[in-house]
Write a protein that binds this ligand. Structure first.
Ligand SMILES: Cc1ncc(COP(=O)(O)O)c(C=O)c1O
Length: 269
């Protein structure tokens, strides 16, 4: 058989064997519902707490600021629609870059049909937005700015700390989609109100992601039901996915430096 070389890790990665090993007991033995009061249920619940703590530790945020979702797409929808609807009385203007992932752009296009106005910032020939232009686009009706950290097609790293400061000064929420950066480079979430991450870009399972929602962020849930995830995302928790995500995060952070050097040397060779 002809051997193929997979060069599409920005689209998705092969799950790490150590992640599969960590997930297996939660598919086979501890398959219970975290809301159940029996022993399997409480084991699952404890493991969700542990996984949440692990991810929070790497992101340097509080555990209860991590809301597990089923994907980066869902987390981006939740951030943008959730802030838009919860803050509608304050304003109806949102700013994003024109090179966001489709799940951000199409969410914004849909919000335009619901009475919101969206500014799509242009980028230069390297994919950067102009911070001065961003400042000029902010108006009294602006409630949210959403700019991705690393671009999924050309790899541009936007200065999200500077953007976060601009938004903080103006008292506007700032969301960043970090699906392409989390676990690969440092993501400083100081001053960032909402951050999207996912698992399948970092050798974890598909079907799990998270939105970091900082304290005092006014956001409406997309999914209503049993009140899981602090009432912000109802659904029976994907325990194996969450455990796998936390394991992938732990591995990425312990191997990040060496991996960065390894990939950089491949790029140069
Ligand atoms: C920057 C970026 N945002 C969001 C997503 C969507 O994530 P998911 O595949 O978990 O829905 C992707 C994945 O393609 C991405 O690269």
């Amino acid at each position: 058989m002809k051997q193929s070389i997979y060069l599409d890790n920005a689209a998705t990665t092969r799950i790490d064997g150590r992640v599969i090993e960590a997930m297996f007991p939660f598919l086979n033995d501890y398959y219970g519902n975290a809301s159940s009061l029996h022993q399997i249920g409480t084991t699952v619940k404890d493991q969700i707490v542990k996984s949440r703590n692990q991810i929070a530790q790497f992101l340097k945020c509080e555990s209860d600021e991590i809301i597990f979702t089923a994907s980066g797409t869902e987390a981006n929808n939740f951030a943008i629609k959730g802030v838009a609807f919860a803050n509608r009385s304050k304003g109806n203007h949102i700013i994003v870059s024109s090179v966001e992932h489709d799940c951000v752009l199409n969410t914004c296009k849909w919000l335009e049909t619901q009475g919101f106005f969206v500014t799509y910032l242009p980028v230069d020939n390297q994919g950067f937005i102009d911070l001065e232009f961003l400042k000029r686009c902010i108006n009294p009706k602006t409630i949210l700015v959403s700019i991705m950290h690393v671009n999924n097609e050309i790899g541009t790293i936007q200065p999200i700390s500077e953007i976060a400061k601009i938004c903080k000064e103006k008292n506007i929420y700032f969301h960043s989609d970090a699906c392409q950066s989390f676990g690969k480079i440092t993501v400083d979430i100081q001053n960032i109100d909402l951050l999207t991450i996912n698992s399948h870009k970092i050798y974890g399972p598909k079907g799990v992601g998270a939105l970091v929602v900082k304290k005092n962020t006014n956001i409406a849930p997309l999914l209503h039901g049993g009140g899981q995830e602090f009432g912000l995302r109802s659904s029976t928790e994907n325990i194996a996915g969450i455990v796998g995500f936390a394991k992938a995060v732990q591995l990425c952070f312990s191997e990040m430096e060496g991996e960065f050097d390894r990939v950089s040397s491949l790029q140069k060779s």
